[in-house]
Design a protein around this ligand. Structure first.
Ligand SMILES: [Fe+2]
Length: 383
């Protein structure tokens, strides 16, 4: 096994009501003025106002950027950065799910390093740590609140840029399940399947370690036991808290073992058709793992066990097939669309989607490296 580094924020707050204590802790860090990066809905429902008020009570001023789009764009990053610079903010708070966190990382990275967010596409391109970022999470989840992954859509090229950079790691993450009870069913299902995808891709990754394996398997078990309840009974604090832990663990796994072709391909669908990330992942996950089963059936058999299967007497290949079947069943139970056709994906776009998927940094650690024909075949199978 080669040498490993394990990245995550230095401080990670978890549990019901932890937003309160996190704001007290932020005040102790000595910051004066926050740029709060969020979206219009969270601003309208008053969540942003309540955080700004609590910051004010601690003597911290704040300015709000609520223009983050569901797939945040270079334009969103530029608009947030302008506000930060005009108001002399000395740190950034992201409030929301993966979109505000990723947008905030883009703002904080360019604020510290200069240039344009497009300059930082790829792995560890930036020279300096970003502006200090506190990520308050409201979904479960992308785990963007703990990761060094920042996905920004270049609206001119219609591609999602994968910025994988240790300098985008937030200073502090905050996961308060009380903020997650407001998530509608569809968002709970999509973000939960995103977390499952993180865990599975990290577990079969070529750079998985015993540390990331442990995080991934526990995440899969928690998702098995709690995702359906969180979708169907959104007020269940027990299920919400378990899913908050699941997505955190899955994030710890993929932040360090990276991902695979599900994400590399889903990023293209998201960038090209502006589709929800979690839904794209959920649809692609079983198909990419069927492909991966050619090279890592035992790893996928472990996934089947974590998903609750009894694989006694099965071969590794049969165990892997069981994992694929259980992923499809879970998706169906929480009303994830069955195929890409339902999402409006067109076969004529496969060449572009395939070409860009092969350039995405997330594919580098997929257990089997694919040809363009193979990627296209996976897209076709997922229709
Ligand atoms: Fe993801």
């Amino acid at each position: 096994m080669s040498a490993m580094k394990f990245f995550m924020p230095a401080v990670n707050q978890m549990g019901q009501g932890c937003v309160e204590s996190s704001i007290t802790d932020i005040a102790k860090l000595g910051f004066k003025k926050a740029l709060i990066v969020t979206d219009a809905v969270l601003n309208q429902i008053g969540l942003v106002g309540s955080v700004a008020e609590k910051l004010g009570e601690q003597g911290i001023e704040s300015v709000v950027f609520d223009g983050t789009q569901p797939n945040p764009t270079c334009g969103n990053v530029e608009a947030g950065l302008k506000l930060l610079q005009e108001n002399d903010c000395d740190f950034v708070i992201s409030l929301g799910g993966g979109s505000p966190h990723d947008c905030a990382k883009g703002v904080a990275l360019v604020a510290a390093n200069g240039g344009n967010i497009r300059d930082y596409e790829g792995v560890d391109v930036s020279a300096k740590p970003q502006f200090p970022l506190v990520a308050i999470n409201t979904t479960a989840g992308t785990a963007s609140e703990i990761t060094r992954f920042c996905i920004i859509t270049d609206e001119e090229r219609h591609v999602k840029m994968a910025i994988v950079d240790k300098n985008t790691t937030p200073l502090m993450s905050v996961n308060d399940p009380e903020l997650m009870t407001g998530m509608p069913k569809g968002l709970t299902a999509a973000t939960g399947m995103d977390a499952l995808t993180h865990a599975v891709e990290a577990y079969v990754s070529t750079i998985a370690t015993p540390v990331t394996d442990c995080c991934a398997i526990k995440a899969i078990e928690l998702i098995r036991d709690n995702l359906e309840t969180a979708v169907k009974d959104g007020q269940s604090m027990e299920a919400r808290e378990a899913m908050a832990y699941a997505q955190l663990l899955a994030g710890m796994a993929f932040n360090n073992a990276s991902l695979g072709y599900v994400h590399a391909m889903a990023h293209q669908l998201g960038g090209f058709y502006d589709l929800p990330h979690g839904v794209c992942n959920a649809v692609l996950l079983p198909h990419v793992q069927s492909y991966n089963a050619q090279v890592c059936p035992q790893r996928l058999a472990d996934v089947a066990v974590a998903l609750g299967a009894d694989i006694t007497g099965m071969t590794a290949e049969e165990g892997a097939a069981k994992a694929v079947e259980l992923i499809k069943e879970l998706s169906a139970r929480i009303d994830i669309p069955a195929g890409l056709k339902q999402l409006g994906v067109k076969e004529e776009d496969f060449p572009t989607l395939t070409e860009n998927a092969l350039k995405d940094a997330c594919g580098l650690t997929n257990p089997k490296q694919a040809t363009a024909e193979e990627i296209t075949a996976i897209f076709a199978a997922a229709m």
